[in-house]
Design a binder for this molecule. Structure first.
Ligand code: NAI
Ligand code: BUO
Length: 261
């Protein structure tokens, strides 16, 4: 699929799944705003350079996605510097590995600000810009297998991803009259910094050696291997491109065969 003269903003694109999505959408023909926290500026600049190396334009924009003003400013910067705006990928997120009985009010507030509020701000900022530009666009959110089934010790995280699923379904219906589609990708076990952290924290809780929790989860994948950011990016490419024009409000599992619907 090739698009031309289109711009996508990907949050949390300094590393991991976000980086994979940014590179794939650039290969599809999008110019890319690589958004991430300030401390990721060096990694973000690396992603910008990778995109420029295959002939697309890219900028790094600093944004804390839990801050509504930051998200609106990032979309404005993307549109100004890249000359348009068509797609937002609300990808940035954090995990928390905490037994339910130990989850605190601060934990809940933090994970909801970063994983859930951010998606609402991303939708609002994208729609404001699309309305200003006078055309439709595509909104794509990061869900998870944990948006479909609650996972033990990942309870707060699961709750945040269930919320992303609800927001995706509601926003899809509200925005359909504008011709804007809203969908979400639901990865399984992806080999990124997030799973390094989950494995380390689970080890500290259940005493299994480092790497064992990850291995046990990967052993449960029907296709028999850990997921890569590129596996996820292929689905985002579909949601960002014209082949998904008649698809909205969907949360698509891309997990190698872990959950079935
Ligand atoms: N790794 C996995 O197995 C899975 C990940 N996901 C979801 O995919 C998304 C990406 O995850 P990964 O790439 O694995 O994580 P990661 O931890 O490797 O990367 C997350 C990126 O988001 C950025 N970020 C974190 N908080 C931010 C904030 N407040 N503002 C802006 N940027 C922020 C980080 O700086 C980092 O660049 C997340 O929403 C995650 O929940 C979903 C299912 C499975
Ligand atoms: C990180 C994540 O979403 C899971 C369920 O592993």
């Amino acid at each position: 699929m090739t698009v031309s003269n289109k711009v996508a903003l990907v949050t949390g694109a300094g590393q991991g799944i976000g980086r994979g999505i940014a590179l794939r959408l650039a290969q599809d023909g999008f110019d890319i705003a690589v958004a991430d926290l300030d401390f990721q500026a060096e990694k973000g600049a690396g992603v910008v350079a990778e995109i420029e190396a295959f002939g697309r334009r890219a900028v790094f924009v600093t944004a804390d996605v839990s801050n509504r003003d930051d998200v609106f400013a990032a979309v404005d910067t993307a549109a100004e510097k890249l000359g348009g705006f068509d797609v937002i990928v609300n990808n940035a997120g954090i995990a928390q590995v905490t037994p339910m009985l130990e989850v605190t009010a601060d934990d809940l507030e933090k994970i909801f600000r970063i994983n859930v509020n951010s998606v609402v701000w991303g939708i609002q900022a994208a729609v404001a810009k699309l309305d200003e530009l006078g055309h439709a666009g595509k909104i794509i959110n990061a869900a998870s297998i944990a948006a479909i089934q609650g996972f033990p010790i990942l309870g707060a995280y699961s709750a945040s991803k269930f919320a992303v699923r609800g927001i995706t379904q509601a926003a899809a219906q509200e925005l359909a009259p504008r011709g804007i589609t809203v969908n979400a990708y639901a990865p399984g076990i992806v080999g990124t910094g997030m799973w390094d952290l989950i494995d380390e924290k689970l080890s500290a809780i259940n005493g299994k050696p480092l790497g064992q929790n990850l291995k046990e989860n990967v052993d449960g994948i029907a296709l028999g291997r850990i997921e890569t950011p590129e596996d996820v990016a292929k689905i985002v490419s579909f949601f960002a491109g014209p082949d998904s024009d008649y698809v909205t409000g969907q949360v698509l599992l891309v997990d190698g065969g872990m959950l079935y619907n």
